[in-house]
Design a protein around this ligand. Structure first.
Ligand SMILES: Cc1cc2nc3c(=O)[nH]c(=O)nc-3n(C[C@H](O)[C@H](O)[C@H](O)COP(=O)(O)OP(=O)(O)OC[C@H]3O[C@@H](n4cnc5c(N)ncnc54)[C@H](O)[C@@H]3O)c2cc1C
Length: 392
């Protein structure tokens, strides 16, 4: 994974490599590669690692200096992700705030919101959860029913959110609410920032397939937040939410997909260990898995190249999300097959190894951030100009 963007970026890369070599030691080194965007494994160690990164000023390298970032460009951000993956450092626990809320606030937040919220994100002082989905509003997000009513200088919010990743750790939520009770679908929605430490917020963990309390359901009963906690404009929450999902399906895929490359490499080691390389059919599937992670990388680089020239990736973000999630699942199935019966044995207290956890959690990748069916609809309707999916 050698990327060369010229001397200035090379200095940055060398500084980062040296820092990682000096700091990714001890307990952090023992947890190399652990975790993922929806994997809560080794949470405390990962939080401590994020604090270490923060102290070294390695969080938000592309964020403006006035909010605590380094103010560097997209190239440095890319190099950071590649070097980070190369060192196989623990997956950042603060991913929700760093990769989703932060970029969204930078794009659409008020100056006061940026000043208030961005520095604590980089200091790992406040953790965030995304409150979009509801029991009746997942793929069909426009059916959001959580209500927010203005009462003096506050918004009063009631409703239920679900599948909130790392919700049990969240100090704040960014919630999509319906502020115009007469409105339907995409209209009349507003995105609010809401503190969780109050009587009106109840967060109940949901246990996932890997035995973790990774996500949660959130009950809001007259929960309160300030009138100035609207991101974007009142009634324009759909726009803000879509911008966030665009970020989720775009650049944030990069760190995750770089970990898939590592998994493909370990798949080859596993196949060699188990003498599976002699089987022509398995060999073919391994090569196929390898090709797919290389395609992910190339697609990502194309996306990033577009971003560096100021263009919006458009269709590519959708096809990349669809491709990466389905191919990563195939990679997981192959790894489990190669591991054989040993792959089915779990440790004490349902302790899963990295391969087992990654396989189980990959099953959710074709659901979150927009399911595969929805991505196919977007590709068909918005990019290929096919007739619209019949709606009930
Ligand atoms: C691990 C994980 C983490 C998540 N984290 C968060 C989070 O932090 N915050 C948050 O707000 N949400 C989160 N989600 C929720 C996620 O966004 C939703 O699960 C997703 O949008 C799908 O919605 P749903 O679960 O309600 O399924 P549904 O929308 O009910 O879909 C059920 C099935 O029907 C299909 N389907 C639905 N509509 C159509 C259509 N029009 N055409 C064809 N097929 C269709 C879907 O593809 C799916 O297969 C997370 C989900 C998972 C699995």
């Amino acid at each position: 994974m050698e990327l060369d963007f010229g001397p200035a970026v090379r200095d940055f890369r060398d500084e980062l490599r040296d820092w990682l070599a000096a700091h990714l030691v001890g307990e952090f080194a023992e947890h190399r590669g652990v975790g993922g965007p929806t994997d809560g494994a080794a949470w405390e160690v990962r939080l401590a690692w994020d604090c270490e990164l923060s102290a070294g000023r390695w969080l938000g390298v592309g964020w403006p200096q006035e909010y605590g970032g380094r103010g560097l460009g997209l190239l440095e951000e890319i190099v950071f992700e590649y070097e980070y993956a190369r060192a196989n450092a623990p997956y950042r626990a603060t991913v929700n705030a760093l990769d989703l809320l932060g970029p969204m606030l930078l794009q659409m937040g008020s100056e006061a919101q940026k000043k208030r919220f961005l520095p604590p994100i980089l200091a790992v002082g406040e953790l965030w959860g995304q409150g979009f989905s509801e029991p009746g509003a997942g793929s069909d997000l426009a059916s959001v029913r959580t209500r927010a009513e203005r009462e003096g200088e506050e918004w009063v919010v009631s409703g239920q959110k679900v599948w909130t990743s790392f919700g049990v750790h969240a100090d704040w939520l960014y919630v999509l609410t319906r502020t115009d009770p007469q409105s339907v679908r995409h209209k009349g929605l507003t995105l609010l920032l809401l503190p969780t430490d109050q009587p009106g917020v109840e967060i109940r963990p949901i246990r996932n397939l890997a035995g973790q309390d990774e996500f949660a359901e959130v009950f809001l009963s007259d929960a309160r937040t300030g009138a100035d906690m609207v991101v974007g404009e009142v009634g324009q929450g759909w726009r803000t939410a879509m911008a966030t999902l665009g970020i989720e399906r775009g650049t944030t895929l990069l760190p995750q997909q770089l970990t898939f490359e590592r998994e493909a490499e370990s798949l080859i080691d596993l196949a060699r260990e188990r003498g599976a390389l002699d089987d022509p059919m398995l060999r073919r599937r391994i090569v196929d898995a390898w090709i797919s992670v290389r395609i992910m990388r190339t697609t990502n680089l194309r996306t990033l190249a577009e971003l560096t020239t100021g263009r919006t990736p458009g269709a590519q973000a959708t096809t990349a999300k669809l491709y990466a999630s389905t191919r990563h699942q195939q990679l997981g199935y192959l790894a489990m097959e190669l591991a054989g019966p040993a792959g089915q044995i779990v440790g004490e207290n349902y302790g899963l190894d990295t391969r087992q956890r990654s396989f189980l959690l990959s099953l959710a990748e074709t659901i979150y951030g927009g399911s595969s069916e929805i991505q196919r609809n977007i590709i068909g309707e918005q990019f290929l100009g096919l007739p619209k999916e019949p709606r009930p």
